[in-house]
Design a protein around this ligand. Structure first.
Ligand SMILES: [Zn+2]
Length: 384
């Protein structure tokens, strides 16, 4: 049977809770149990926390509790339903002005359904003042507005907000469940599905991206080969350079077409007289370009983070191979290279390497210099 919850894989507990809440919200005889108005979905990247929130929103607004086929379900999922607000951050943070605007927009009564549902995909990116502005509405939500916040972990959201939300945790889906999803939902070839699901290590979106994008698979391979080329100081700096360039290149590919289309649409909306945009057009174009720049920065950071995770996995594999724990394999395509490196690197060194990579991730998350952090990391891997 089709259901908006079908794509949430390995999340039975969460789905059961959401279905109960939806059923209670539609039961008119049920006066005692009021719908919870603020929810917080946490789970590791790629576990599907925002998909869970959107599926829940669809189920709330669907007359049949989330059939996945009616106009309510489909328009919630594509973001066009009049009673849903999807807040996706493209930049590095959600600012207080955006939250204030959002609060004004959502203070109206729902136009079609019983509820107005707001999904904030990156609640961890709310600035402090934005979070405080949001806190006020979450403390006293309108009877017909439901807030669904998503973040990687509980500690990513300020305590005052998280204490007022009902909390749900998604777990990392298993590799076999992700492969099955790719085969059944997207028609991916089984071999490719298994390869991508394994390489993505529990990240559904990453698995799909790898399965459908040859460029991404090539970039990943280049990244994973970097550690094998570490021989001396010069090669460590060279490795840092290569990694940064790959992250930038990938971000450029991911944003270029979208940036152009957005700019074209914006210019069209202002209309052109000769070569000049109508009043206000120039300012709007500048604002859009600033936003696009922020988005590219975030994409570069995300790509770097992904690259470091992939490299850390390689060292984990070198470690398990060294200790003869060969049942764990993340990079099926690179077993020969990994075996070679395993002969050169001791288990202790592999552990040090993983810890150096994770430290570098933390630094990048705190916005430390990318060049310095990555160069430093490779120097440490050289010693490992
Ligand atoms: Zn429906």
């Amino acid at each position: 049977m089709s259901s908006v919850f079908n794509d949430l894989i390995d999340q039975e507990t969460v789905i059961a809770t959401l279905k109960d809440a939806v059923a209670a919200s539609k039961d008119s005889s049920n006066n005692s149990q009021e719908m919870t108005h603020s929810w917080l979905f946490t789970g590791p990247p790629g576990s599907g926390r925002s998909n869970a929130a959107i599926a829940f929103a669809a189920a709330i607004l669907c007359d049949k509790g989330g059939c996945a086929t009616c106009i309510n379900c489909t328009s919630v999922i594509d973001g066009s339903h009049a009673d849903i607000e999807l807040i996706r951050t493209e930049g590095l943070s959600i600012k207080v002005d955006e939250v204030r605007e959002l609060i004004t927009r959502t203070s109206w009564s729902p136009s079609i359904g019983n509820y107005r549902v707001v999904v904030i995909e990156d609640a961890d990116r709310l600035t402090e003042s934005a979070a405080n502005a949001l806190l006020k509405v979450i403390e006293e939500p309108g009877a017909r507005t439901i807030w669904l916040l998503c973040a990687p972990t509980l500690t990513d959201v300020i305590p005052t907000i998280r204490s007022r939300c009902r909390h749900l945790t998604l777990r990392t889906p298993s590799i076999s469940a992700i492969a099955k999803l790719l085969i059944e939902r997207d028609g991916t070839d089984p071999k490719m599905a298994e390869f991508s699901a394994t390489a993505a290590q529990g990240h559904i979106g990453r698995a799909k991206y790898l399965a459908t994008n040859e460029g991404a698979r090539k970039t990943r391979e280049k990244i994973l080969n970097i550690p094998s080329a570490l021989t001396d100081l010069a090669s460590a700096f060279e490795a840092a350079n290569t990694l940064l360039e790959l992250a930038k290149e990938q971000a450029k590919i991911e944003s270029e077409t979208r940036d152009e289309v957005e700019l074209m649409k914006l210019k069209e909306s202002y209309g052109t007289t000769g070569s000049r945009l109508a009043t206000g057009g120039g300012k709007a174009v500048k604002e859009l370009q600033k936003e696009q720049e922020l988005r590219t920065k975030r994409l570069i950071r995300d790509n770097l983070d992904q690259a470091l995770l992939d490299i850390a996995l390689t060292y984990m594999e070198i470690l398990t191979s060294n200790m003869n724990l060969n049942n764990w394999v993340a990079n099926k395509d690179l077993q020969i290279e990994i075996q070679q490196k395993a002969n050169e690197v001791s288990p202790d060194s592999a552990i040090q390497a993983v810890s150096a990579i994770l430290k570098a991730r933390e630094k990048l998350n705190k916005n430390d210099s990318q060049n310095l952090t990555i160069s430093n990391m490779f120097l440490q891997l050289l010693k490992a």
